[in-house]
Design a protein around this ligand. Structure first.
Ligand code: KG4
Ligand code: ZN
Length: 357
């Protein structure tokens, strides 16, 4: 995030290069922290230890899971090549995981990190139940999916243009707020009136698809109008001309409408599919305003339909943004459900991987 913040968004080349630098140290650190052996420092360089004391930590590992898409090609390539290499040299089964599905599987992992130790990560004692409605909202994806069981799902809808997080990031840039935009919009919105401006919600033929590009353009036009300029006025000069009150009102109105757009779909799907669990993944899931809207609209529906309150459970905030633990969790389910591992000599990346079960 620090590397990308200066550019107002993820720069694919920088991301790929820092993946190369980080991947081996990160894997080694994870192995060291998770292994129950006593060798917590680099035991290979510690000559005082006898051979028998040495542990390379790989003995504890049953398999390797890696995401091969969707995502940025350069970064995926680094991860996939590392995973293929370890699968071959350490002789472990290799599981290929769809990144977007991985976001949902973070909900099957413990919600309490108990001091942050990797050794306390485990599958949740109370697992989400099927049918399970999943919402994935991040900087790269906006999908709504119904799962009837593990590996048995239907993609109901997705964005036809920008992802919702991307819209947050672009509006933040327009308002002169730092990257990543979501949390900064949320912060700014606290001082604003969410009903100050009437921004449009896209109406698409398919009830579960969304579009955010019209909303983004509407915010640009609104900001231009607020400072008394027309559509030719360059967007990068707008922020300095807006007052703090105008920025707060634009942030609050945009945030309300953008999140209402996805919450509307969740409510429609909830009525249609009567899920036993609703789970959410991706960076935007951390939004307090999203939680407020869901808490306001879902339990009421649930009360009417089942006569009982609907508990929405959220995953640990650390697991909502991109992380390796969610990929490991779905890999673990693949192994538990006897899915065949992939060939480590031929796994390719799939930057535009779609969701299909
Ligand atoms: O899942 P993620 O970490 O990475 C992707 O796969 O994209 O999501 C990052 C996105 C960014 O667009 C960021 O602005 C957004 O999640 N985000 C939020 C919040 N925290 C992060 N959006 C709205 N409210 C938040 N609190
Ligand atoms: Zn992601």
């Amino acid at each position: 995030m620090d590397l990308h913040a200066a550019y107002g968004g993820v720069v694919p080349e920088i991301a790929a290069r820092s993946h190369i630098e980080a991947i081996t140290p990160v894997i080694n650190q994870a192995l060291q922290q998770a292994c129950p052996c006593k060798n917590k420092n680099d035991e290979r360089s510690d000559l005082s230890k006898k051979d028998g004391d040495m542990c390379d930590h790989w003995g504890q590992i049953d398999g390797i899971a890696v995401t091969y898409g969707a995502g940025l090609g350069g970064s995926l390539l680094v991860g996939v090549m590392a995973a293929r290499t370890y699968a071959i040299t350490k002789n472990k089964p290799l599981y290929a995981v769809n990144h977007v599905e991985g976001h949902i599987y973070a909900n099957f992992l413990t919600d309490s990190l108990q001091g942050g130790s990797l050794q306390t990560y485990a599958l949740r004692s109370r697992q989400p139940k099927f049918p399970m409605l999943g919402l994935i909202i991040s900087g790269g994806h906006s999908q709504i999916v119904i799962w009837q069981g593990h590996f048995d799902y239907t993609l109901l809808g997705q964005t036809v243009d920008d992802a919702i997080g991307e819209a947050f990031d672009k509006v933040a840039k327009l308002l002169g707020l730092p990257y990543p935009g979501g949390p900064h919009i949320g912060q700014k919105a606290k001082a604003g009136d969410p009903f100050k401006y009437d921004l449009p919600k896209a109406k698409l033929k398919d009830p579960y698809n969304y579009s955010f590009s019209g909303l983004k353009t509407a915010v640009l036009r609104l900001a231009q109008a607020e400072i008394g300029k027309d559509h030719r006025f360059p967007s990068f000069q707008i922020a300095e001309k807006l007052s703090e009150t105008q920025k707060a009102n634009i942030a609050a109105s945009f945030q309300r409408v953008a999140l209402e757009t996805v919450v509307d779909k969740v409510v429609t799907a909830y009525e249609e599919f009567q899920p036993k669990s609703v789970v959410i993944g991706g960076g935007v899931a951390a939004s307090p305003e999203l939680r407020r809207q869901l808490a306001e609209r879902l339990p009421r529906l649930s009360d009417q339909q089942n006569g009982q309150a609907f508990p929405i459970e959220y995953q640990d905030a650390k697991l909502m943004t991109d992380n390796g633990a969610m990929i490991a969790t779905l890999g673990c389910f693949q192994a538990l459900y006897d899915k065949a591992p992939v060939d480590p000599y031929s796994l390719e990346i799939a930057p535009n991987l779609a969701m299909s079960s």
